[in-house]
Each structure stands twice: as structure tokens, then as C-alpha cells.
Ligand binder design. Sequence first.
Ligand code: NIG
Ligand code: FE
Length: 410
Amino acid sequence: MQVDTVITNIGQLLTMDKQGPVKGRAMNDLNILENAAIGIKAGKIEWIGMADDAADLTSHQTIDAEGRLVTPGLVESHTHLVFGGSREKEMALKQQGVPYLDILKQGGGILATVNATKQTSYAALLKKALFHLDRMAMHGITTVEAKSGYGLDKDTELKQLKVAKAAGEAHPLDLVSTFLGAHAIPPEYKQDPEAFLDLMGELFAEIKEENLAEFVDIFTETAVFTVDQSRRYLQKAKDKGFGIKMHADEIDPLGGTELAVEMGAISGDHLAVTSDDGIKQLAASDTIGVILPGTSFYLGKDTYSRAREMVDAGAAIAISTDFNPGSSVTENLQLIMSIAALKLKLSAEEIWHAVTINAAHAIGRGSEAGTIAIGRRADVVIWDAPNYMYIPYHYGVNHAKTVMKNGDVL
Ligand code: NIG
Ligand code: FE
């Protein structure tokens, strides 16, 4: 058989080739092929087999993995990719113990980034987004979700979404876009959040028409949007044909997880303080819990999402960085895999499901990304690691040796 590229001498190959999303205990079962090889043709996986049999393939290029771990490219299912400025000055406030929502109330936090994003040109935002995408790619990520939400006015929200679209077109990584106009209440609408939600809702038609986002998201939180406001807004989005996501139960347990399930959201994200009932409902639903333990870490929380109980109850979860300039400032999903192991008590097997196949399902890419299988896009990472357990174990550094997108080495 003639292929373009062969990767051979793969010590462990994780194919993650399953009918997803993978729920509950099944997240512990990994398909591992040892001493494997894969053949890639025209950007797709053409052949999977034993390294010994790869000699039958003829190829233009052979990559010797020298016994390393090979997996699907990581899927990053929750980022705030496009923003202006940075907020390093908030570190001192954090150290003084000023809560995240108090910084926001004082006009800092998200609102500080909103001001910076308004003042940053389209070209500069695009350059910065591409920089962060490069860094994600370097760390083994091949598909990325990106939210708006640092505009909070019509023009700037559209500017962010257009930057995300252009970044996805210009960069080899695949990008999935989410409209998060309902990310905070801008000061001029402080007395009338409903009117602000109406204003953001007026953008739905244009966003749909210009294909600027697939999903609509909202920050359901104390002093941001209530559960009732979120329900009404998300229903409007659903009626317009958008998939639904939520920033739910991040800081205060308002019942956002329950609302995500009730609305049939593709994902409920954060779920850091989900109630007992919320866990049960999530487990019984098709909604994927996108868990962001780096945010709990970065906000200095003592308690983390009860992801362990969610999986034990039968839920499907994904894990992501939440990359943003305030509550989780890292593009390194490998680091978050370590935090997931240490703080969420998830097994390495569960974590790999959570950053590949389940993450792909959480952003509507379950049939394209997160799996190595014949006919799939060749999004593949060779890791400088002897086995899959090594990545969460050896923390804080980048283990990605070779990252391939559609069969091309990045
Ligand atoms: O997912 N919770 C709301 N939004 C982001 C943080 C955004 C920011 O602080 O700039 C989050 O944590
Ligand atoms: Fe977020």
C-alpha cells in the first residue's frame, strides 16, 4: 500500500476509537496498541497496524517514534482566545484575598479586558489570537473552541467573532466558535441586565447568517446573569438554531448545571460547585461536563469540581484549560491534565478521554476530532513520553515532540 507518511515503532498508540461521548466507568477503558504503526495519506489515517507489518507500506516519509507514546491531537473545548491586553496587576489583588467577583464588581476582571479589547484593533487582536493558537499547537492541541465575550457591545462582539473566524482560516488548527456576549453586565446596563441580554440577542440573526458562531454561551453567576435570565436567553438562541453552552456553577451554586441539562446544552462548563442533584441530572443526560480545574487552581480555591463523583455517577466529562486573561492564564492543557489527576482524582485513562474524544463531542466535533481511526483526519501527536500515564505525572512542561495536523507536521 502506498501512503504519504508512516509513523512506526510507536510504543503505545491510544486510538480513542469509540462511540462517544464516553460516559462514566467506560472512561477508564483505554484501547492501547503496543508496537504499533500508522499510515497517513492525503491528510487522513489510511492504515493502522503493528510496526512489524508497516514494512509492507511504501511511503514518502517515515517517522520513527522510537517507542514513544502517540495519541490523537488534544481537543481544547473551552477557551476565551480573542482578547486585548493582560491582567497581571490582578495577581496582587488575588494575593490580598480579593474575591474574583469583587474584582469584577469594581470594574476590573472581565470588564478590564472588555476595555482593552474595545481599544485593540482587529489586526492586533488577530495577531495575538494566532500567537496563542501557535502556543496551543506547540502543546499538542489540534482543535480549539474559542468564545467571544470581551466586547459586550454589538460592534466589539462581532469584531471578536470575526477575528476568531479569520484566525481559524489562517491557522492550521481547527477552530470552533462560540458567542459569549452574555459574559458580564457592562456598567451602562447595570440597572437593566434584561435589556443588555435583549441587545446581545439582537445579534443572533447576523451571527447565524454570517456563520460566525455555532454555539451561544452565558455566564450564569451571582451578580452576573440569573438562572431565569439565562433560561430565557438560551431558549432564544436555541430557537435560532444555535447549540447551547453555559458557564455554570463556577463560583456560587445557583443551579446552572441543572439548567444546562434542562436546556439540552451540549456542555455545561466549570461545574465547580454543582449540587448533588446537579450531578445526578448530569449523569442521566447527554450534556457533557466540561471541567476546568486550572481555574479553581488559579482562583486560589480550596475546593474543586466533584468530577470524580460525576464520572462515578455515569456522566461524560471533558477537561479544558479555560484559557483566558483572568481566571486561567495558560495554553498548556498538559498542565491541566496534571491538576485533574491531583485535584479531581481522575485516572490517567479518564483524563485522556476527557481531552480527546469527549472534548471533541463537547464542541460538536465528535465525528472528526479526538480519535485515530481509518478515514479520520490525521491529527496526531508523538509525545516525548514512554506511556500515557507519564503526561499527567511529569507536570508543568511540554511533552509534545511532533504535532501533526491533517498529516502535516506543524
Ligand atoms: O471562564 N467566568 C467567566 N469567564 C471566564 C473568566 C474570564 C476572565 O476573567 O476574563 C471563566 O472563568
Ligand atoms: Fe470560561
